[in-house]
Ligand binder design. Structure first.
Ligand SMILES: [Zn+2]
Length: 118
């Protein structure tokens, strides 16, 4: 689960109906499966950015922004900021370890390597 801040380029550009839990869920779903939106988001008290918790898809990279088409008329950029990102192995795409400690890395030693060390 990844805590996520969603920040738009300019708050003035955003229609007030934009920051609903429904539309935030749609935007957050580009990162992963939305688990919850924080209470400030739900009550719309916070103006600078919105928060969401998403369950990240281990098989994909975390995006840093997404373009959102508003009313099929104009596009705004919503930036994603991550307060914390879980450790993920780039080799086997499993959370909890890094590639240096990955048991799935194939070791490859050739005769050339062995001769070089003599
Ligand atoms: Zn691994």
């Amino acid at each position: 689960m990844v805590p996520l801040n969603l920040r738009a380029g300019s708050v003035r550009d955003i229609p007030k109906e934009f920051w609903t839990p429904e539309s935030l869920s749609v935007i957050a779903s580009t990162v992963g499966h939305p688990i919850k939106l924080d209470k400030l988001t739900e009550t719309k008290k916070q103006r600078e950015f919105r928060r969401a918790c998403v369950e990240e898809d281990a098989k994909s990279e975390l995006p840093d922004k997404v373009s959102v088409l508003i009313d099929e008329d104009y596009t705004i950029q919503v930036k994603f900021e991550y307060n914390w990102v879980p450790v993920k192995c780039k080799n086997c795409l499993v959370f909890g370890h890094i590639i240096n400690t990955c048991s799935m890395v194939d070791l490859s030693i050739t005769h050339k390597d062995i001769k070089h060390q003599e």
